[in-house]
Design a protein around this ligand. Structure first.
Ligand SMILES: [Zn+2]
Ligand SMILES: [Zn+2]
Length: 725
C-alpha cells in the first residue's frame, strides 16, 4: 500500500491501497477518496500493510505521467517536517506551485515563440524603405535567435501582431513551440575582480565538489554578487544548476537582469507576487533543467531540479528567511540541510552574519572568506555619535544632524535618513485625561497616519478614524507624540523645500516595481533626501548617498527582545555602509541619548566581529540561542486563562515523564504581546544545549503536539529554533 501526504494540518501520512495497474511512483499526485469527497494527495512512500487491514480505500486515479517531486525532495520534506515538527502534507504542498496543488494536470508549459529566418540584402532594404515597423521587429528577432514570446514582443513593440504577420508572409520569421526563455542579447561580460574577490572565488572553487558551508563576509559595496556570479558560472559550465535566495525586498528586476547579463544565460524568478501561471512555468522549466539559475525568495528553495550544484543565500542574516506563520521553517537552515543531502556547497553571504552563522563557524565543513575592500576603493564612512539627550530634537532631528543634511545637499550629495517607524506619530492621546488610542484587538497603540486621517494598528492592520474629541472625557484636544517616517517627510519637505524628499516604507512601497520606480530619480545623482524604514537597509545600491543619519537607535537598548542588540548592530552597519564611495567619502551620524553606552561606543569601531563577540559570550552564559537550541510551544486562545491552562497541562505531562537533565523551561507565561488580533497568547519554551536533548524531552508530548486537536477557542503552534523567546 502507499502512504500519501494530504494538504491538511496533520502530521501523519494516509495509507491507501494502490491498484498495480496505476503504475504509481513516489512523488506523483493522485486523486484519493477522503471523507465523503475526494482530495489530491502525493505518494510519499511504499509501506507494508502490517496490520493486514482489508478496509483500506483504494486510490481513485493517478494525476501525473511522471513524479513531480524527486526522491531527494521527498526526503528533504520528511526532514523539514520532522525537524520543525510541522505537518508533512501542508509542507509538501508548498513544494508545488499553487496551480498544481488542487490537482489540475501539469500541462506542457512550452509556449509559442517567433524566431527570425535568413534574409538577403534586398529584402532588408525593402523592409527598411516600406515597412519600418516590420524592420524593427525583425531586428529584435535577430537579437533573440532562440525565439521571442508574445509577452516579450509586446513589451518591446506594443502592438506587434500585424507586423509579425507581414514578416511571416515574407518568409522572414516563423513561429515554433519553445521554452520562451529570455536569453541575454550580449555575450557575458567579466568585470575584473578585486584581490579579495579573486581569493574567495579560488578558495570556494577548490571546494565545489562536496558539501561545505561557505560564509562570504563582505562589507557593503565589496561586491559579494560578483563572487556568487563567478562561482555560479563555474557550476553552470559543469552542466549543473544553481538556486539563489534573496530577501523579499532585495529581489529586484535589476538583480535578475544583471545576473542574466553576467552569466549569458536565462535566469528564472520565483516569488510570491508572481501570477500562478508564471510561477508554474518557471517551476517547470527549472525542474526540467531548461534554465540553469533560479532566483527567488524563501520558498524558491523548495524547487526541484535534475542536478543542483550550488545554493546561495544572499543576506543570510535577514529575518525574512524565517517563515513566521503557516508551516514554520528557516530557509537558510533548510538550505544548508539540502546542500548537505546533495553533497554540494552552500554560500551564505552577508556584511553582518547572523549570530547562528558566526557560531556555526566552529563546525566541520564551515569556512569563512572576507571581502574587506569596497569595489573601486574607498572605506565605509566612520560612524559619529550625536548626543540627542541634551537638546530637544526637532521632529526627531538634532541641530547637528540638520546642519550636516544641509551641508551635504549643498555640496551636491544625497542624504539617507533612517527611522524604523512608519506612520505619522506612534502615540495619540488626550491632553486632559491621558486617554491613549489603543487597538481594540491587540495590546498595542494605534499609529496616526495623518495623510488619511486614520489610526492604524501595525500588528493587526485594523483602522479607525482619528477622533475629533477624546472618547473618554470629551475633551477637544487630542495630541500626538513621537515621530514616524510620514511626519519626518513632511518636516523635511518644508525645511529643505528646494530638494526632493523620497519616502520608502510599507505605506509608500506596495509592489517591487514601485520601489525601483521610487528610487529611479536618485540614479541621476542630483541632491535629494531619502527617508525610510528597514526597507532601506536591504540589498539596494545607492551610489550617490554621501550622508546617512540614523535617528532613533535607542529603542533597541531597552527592548526585551533578546536579539535586539544583534539587530541594532546589523541595521546600523547595513545602513551606514550605504554612504560614500571612492571619490566622495561619506559620513554617518548616529543619534543617541546614550553616547557613553558600550554598544554605542562599540559601533564607532564598525568591527562587526568585535561587536558580536560579547553578544555571543552573553548568549553562551545565559544558555540562549545560538549557544542553545529552543522550542517554543505557543497557545493562542479566546481567553488568557485558557491559553495558560492548556500549556500548564502540557507542562505537567512533561514533568510526569521526567525532564532529561540539561533541559530548562521558561513558562508557561503570557507572550510579550499578550493580546494580538483579538486572541490571547501564552508560551512555554524549552531550552537545551543540543537538539537531541530537546527531542528527548519532547518525546512524551509528541502525540499531543503532532495531533494538536486545535479548535477555534484554543490553538497550539510549535516553533523549533524560534527567532524570539
Ligand atoms: Zn480625555
Ligand atoms: Zn491590532
Amino acid at each position: 500500500m502507499g502512504r500519501f501526504a494530504l494538504p491538511l494540518p496533520l502530521h501523519q501520512g494516509f495509507d491507501y491501497r494502490v491498484p498495480a495497474s496505476l503504475d504509481l511512483q513516489p512523488g506523483m499526485r493522485c486523486r484519493l477518496p477522503f471523507g465523503s469527497g475526494f482530495r489530491t494527495g502525493i505518494l510519499l512512500e511504499w509501506v507494508d500493510n502490517e496490520t493486514g487491514r482489508g478496509d483500506l480505500k483504494a486510490v481513485e486515479a493517478r494525476l501525473d505521467e511522471e513524479p513531480l517531486l524527486s526522491e531527494h525532495m521527498l526526503e528533504l520534506a520528511r526532514w523539514v517536517a520532522d525537524y520543525y515538527l510541522q505537518p508533512i502534507g501542508e509542507l509538501l504542498f508548498l513544494f508545488l506551485p499553487r496551480a498544481l496543488r488542487r490537482g489540475q494536470p501539469l500541462k506542457d508549459q512550452r509556449v509559442t515563440c517567433w524566431r527570425p529566418r535568413d534574409a538577403d540584402e534586398d529584402m532588408l532594404d525593402n523592409l527598411a524603405r516600406r515597412a519600418p515597423k516590420q524592420q524593427a521587429l525583425y531586428l529584435s528577432l535577430l537579437d533573440h535567435p532562440e525565439g521571442m514570446t508574445a509577452q516579450a514582443l509586446r513589451e518591446l513593440h506594443g502592438d506587434w501582431r500585424a507586423a509579425m504577420g507581414g514578416l511571416v508572409d515574407k518568409g522572414l520569421a516563423e513561429s515554433h513551440c519553445g521554452d520562451g526563455l529570455d536569453w541575454p542579447e550580449q555575450p557575458p561580460d567579466f568585470p575584473p575582480l578585486t584581490a579579495d574577490q579573486q581569493a574567495a572565488v579560488e578558495a570556494i572553487s577548490s571546494r565545489l565538489d562536496g558539501f561545505g558551508s561557505h560564509l562570504l563576509q563582505g562589507v557593503t559595496g565589496s561586491g559579494k554578487t560578483e563572487v556568487y556570479l563567478a562561482l555560479m558560472r563555474r557550476v553552470i559550465e559543469q552542466g549543473r544548476q544553481v538556486i539563489l535566495l534573496a530577501p523579499e525586498i532585495g529581489l529586484t528586476p535589476q538583480l535578475v537582469d544583471r545576473m542574466r547579463r553576467r552569466l549569458g544565460r536565462p535566469v528564472l524568478l520565483s516569488h510570491s507576487a508572481q501570477g500562478d501561471a508564471e510561477r508554474l512555468r518557471n517551476w517547470d522549466l527549472f525542474r526540467r533543467g531548461r534554465a540553469p539559475v533560479l532566483i527567488g525568495t524563501r520558498s524558491a528553495l523548495f524547487s526541484d531540479c535534475p542536478d543542483l550544484g550550488l545554493i546561495v543565500v544572499d543576506e543570510e542574516h535577514d529575518a525574512s528567511y524565517r517563515q513566521q506563520d503557516g508551516v514554520r521553517y528557516h530557509a537558510r537552515d533548510v538550505a544548508i540541510r539540502r546542500a548537505q543531502q546533495l553533497d554540494i556547497p552552500v554560500i551564505l553571504g552577508s556584511a553582518t552574519p547572523s549570530s547562528e552563522t558566526l557560531y556555526n563557524l566552529r563546525r566541520p565543513h564551515a569556512h569563512r572568506y572576507w571581502l574587506r575592500q569596497r569595489v573601486g576603493g574607498g572605506q565605509p564612512p566612520a560612524i559619529e555619535l550625536v548626543d540627542s539627550g541634551r537638546i530637544q530634537p526637532v521632529c526627531g532631528c538634532t541641530p547637528q544632524l540638520l546642519k550636516a543634511v544641509e551641508r551635504h545637499l549643498h555640496d551636491g550629495g544625497q542624504v539617507l535618513l533612517f527611522l524604523n517607524r512608519r506612520g505619522f506619530a506612534p502615540v495619540v492621546m488626550c491632553h486632559e485625561c491621558g486617554w491613549q488610542a489603543q487597538c481594540h484587538q491587540c495590546d498595542a497603540r494605534m499609529t496616526l497616519h495623518q495623510s488619511i486621517q486614520r489610526l492604524i494598528c501595525h500588528h493587526c492592520g485594523s483602522q479607525q478614524a482619528m477622533p475629533a474629541a477624546c472618547p473618554k472625557c470629551g475633551h477637544g484636544e487630542i495630541r500626538h507624540y513621537g515621530v514616524g517616517t510620514e511626519q519626518l517627510e513632511v518636516f523635511l519637505r518644508e525645511r529643505f523645500a528646494e530638494y526632493p524628499v523620497i519616502r520608502v516604507d510599507r505605506d509608500t512601497v506596495t509592489a517591487r516595481e514601485s520601489l525601483a520606480q521610487r528610487l529611479q530619480s536618485l540614479h541621476q545623482g542630483k541632491p535629494a533626501i531619502l527617508v525610510g524604514t528597514q526597507m532601506l537597509a536591504k540589498g539596494h545600491d545607492y551610489p550617490h548617498i554621501s550622508l546617512v543619519g540614523i535617528l532613533d537607535a535607542d529603542q533597541a537598548l531597552f527592548s526585551s527582545f533578546y536579539r535586539a542588540s544583534e539587530r541594532l548592530i546589523q541595521t546600523v552597519l547595513q545602513v551606514s555602509g550605504r554612504a560614500g564611495r571612492a571619490d566622495r567619502p561619506g559620513q554617518a551620524l548616529l543619534q543617541t541619548a546614550f553616547p557613553e553606552h558600550p554598544l554605542m561606543q562599540g559601533l564607532k569601531t564598525q568591527d562587526y566581529d568585535r561587536l558580536m563577540q560579547p553578544i555571543l559570550q552573553e548568549r553562551e552564559l545565559l544558555g540562549f540561542p545560538p549557544a542553545a537550541r529552543a522550542v517554543t510551544l505557543q497557545v493562542d486562545a479566546l481567553e488568557l486563562k485558557a491559553a495558560l491552562h492548556r500549556l500548564q497541562q502540557l507542562n505537567e505531562e512533561l514533568e510526569r515523564a521526567g525532564l532529561p537533565s540539561g533541559v530548562r523551561r521558561v513558562g508557561p507565561i503570557p507572550a510579550l504581546m499578550t493580546r494580538r488580533i483579538g486572541r490571547y497568547r501564552a508560551q512555554l519554551t524549552l531550552l537545551a544545549a543540543d537538539v537531541a536533548t530537546l527531542r528527548k524531552a519532547l518525546r512524551p508530548l509528541l502525540p499531543k503536539l503532532l495531533q494538536p486537536r486545535n479548535r477555534r477557542d484554543s490553538r497550539l503552534t510549535i516553533e523549533v529554533d524560534p527567532l524570539d523567546l
